[in-house]
Design a protein around this ligand. Structure first.
Ligand code: NI
Length: 200
């Protein structure tokens, strides 16, 4: 039979583990808001958008291949260009295998990012990156589905101009369109390339 001291020590140890666990569970404010539903994070889902050729595209059009989804806007001063540059390096590293993954850049700025603007922009990075836009409502639904944070911030010097503060993660979805993992836009291109190759 355990002595009172042993029980006390064991309880103390458990309390310590619990405290450490709680400390580790403090959410990282920079991480996307992930809510688990029946064991699967609720990121992704149906969307209906317009590609740069003016064709309607839904998640069903991309089924059967892993998908990397990135949200941003063409006027973004630094975050989107650096993220897309990283993605370009990763896709180049994959070579021909880059065709086996759908790479989507969904605009957060449907008012300014027309199919044409978006087309020029994504082409300047990598030919495999597909730009998607839509009506403000359609974009809002996609933003909601992927739990993206995006807020318009008016330019102090010129109220007609605005920036968009936004979270910027690459969301890796499997061939069934289910969330697998995400990477910050600042991720290392080789790490991203390896993860994409492993997803094929
Ligand atoms: Ni951006």
């Amino acid at each position: 039979m355990p002595s009172k001291l042993t029980v006390a020590l064991a309880l103390g140890l458990l309390a310590g583990i619990a405290t450490a666990y709680i400390a580790l569970s403090v959410p990282d404010p920079s991480a996307p808001q992930i809510t688990a539903t029946a064991g699967k994070p609720a990121i992704g889902g149906p969307f209906s958008l317009i590609n740069t050729a003016g064709q309607r595209r839904t998640e069903k059009d991309f089924a059967g291949k892993p998908m990397l989804v990135f949200f941003g806007f063409t006027n973004c001063p630094d975050v989107c260009p650096s993220g897309l540059q990283t993605l370009t390096v990763a896709l180049n590293e994959l070579g021909d295998k880059a065709n086996q993954i759908s790479t989507l850049f969904i605009t957060l700025d449907p008012d300014r990012d027309t199919a044409d603007t978006l087309s020029q922009y994504v082409k300047s990075f990598h030919p495999n990156i597909q730009g998607l836009t839509g009506t403000p409502d359609e974009i809002q639904s996609a933003i909601k589905a992927y739990r993206v944070y995006a807020v318009k911030v008016p330019d102090e010097k010129d109220p007609k101009r605005y920036n968009i503060d936004h979270s910027s993660f690459f969301y890796l979805m499997n061939a069934n369109g289910e969330y697998t993992k995400h990477f910050p836009h600042s991720t290392d291109a080789h790490v991203l390339a390896k993860a994409l190759a492993a997803a094929l």
